[in-house]
Design a protein around this ligand. Structure first.
Ligand SMILES: [Zn+2]
Length: 193
């Protein structure tokens, strides 16, 4: 079995990050609850459907997105407090993305790092693979991340599931084709104590 003991809540920055970054984990072990933080650019919200179909608890915070290119940040401390409160109430193991390569992902990762010590962080796909956006190894070192385990997963099966739930995201599959060709394994990290 995967290296996750007990039930978990997955916090995704945008509606699609759960399957993109941790779809392999999802295929093996479903979360008890999913929280989507930012609105993102999609009109439809595939995560809501995904959770409904699998009987998973779902919360959509709809925080205004931190734009990938302009880096306009309209988040407030209230948004951060709300996120922390909901996770505390869930009282589950916490899994989220590391925040490498996207300012919105980093916002979420930083809040969770500060508040939930035993969180497991999964490497962001495809953002952390974009060398123009981030030096991944530097990001790992700076944030004191330590590799915990690598998940072998069926990447194609994960993409199938992604396509089914995120129909408006076909353009992502087109524009980011080269990252999908990498078919990386999923890397899970903890923060060094
Ligand atoms: Zn995202």
């Amino acid at each position: 079995m995967v290296g996750i003991e007990g039930d978990y809540v997955f916090i995704e920055s945008h509606p699609d990050d759960l399957l993109l970054s941790a779809g392999g984990l999802f295929l093996q072990k479903k979360p008890r609850m999913v929280i989507t933080v930012f609105s993102g650019k999609n009109i439809d919200n595939g995560t809501k459907e995904l959770c409904k179909d699998y009987g998973i608890g779902y919360v959509f915070l709809n925080v205004p997105d931190i734009d990938y290119n302009e880096k306009i940040d309209r988040t407030t401390p209230e948004h951060a407090n709300l996120l922390v409160d909901i996770i505390k109430k869930a009282n589950l193991n916490v899994i989220t993305t590391m925040g490498a390569g996207h300012p919105a992902h980093e916002w979420v990762a930083n809040i969770i790092k500060d508040n939930f010590k035993d969180t497991i962080f999964v490497r962001d796909f495809p953002h952390s693979y974009k060398k123009r956006k981030v030096n991944f190894q530097e990001y790992v070192n700076k944030n004191k991340f330590k590799l915990s385990f690598i998940l072998e997963c069926d990447f194609d099966k994960k993409v199938e599931l992604f396509k089914y739930y995120y129909k408006s995201q076909k353009s992502l599959l087109f524009f980011e084709k080269r990252f999908f060709k990498i078919k990386p394994r999923e890397e899970y990290y903890t923060v060094k104590k």
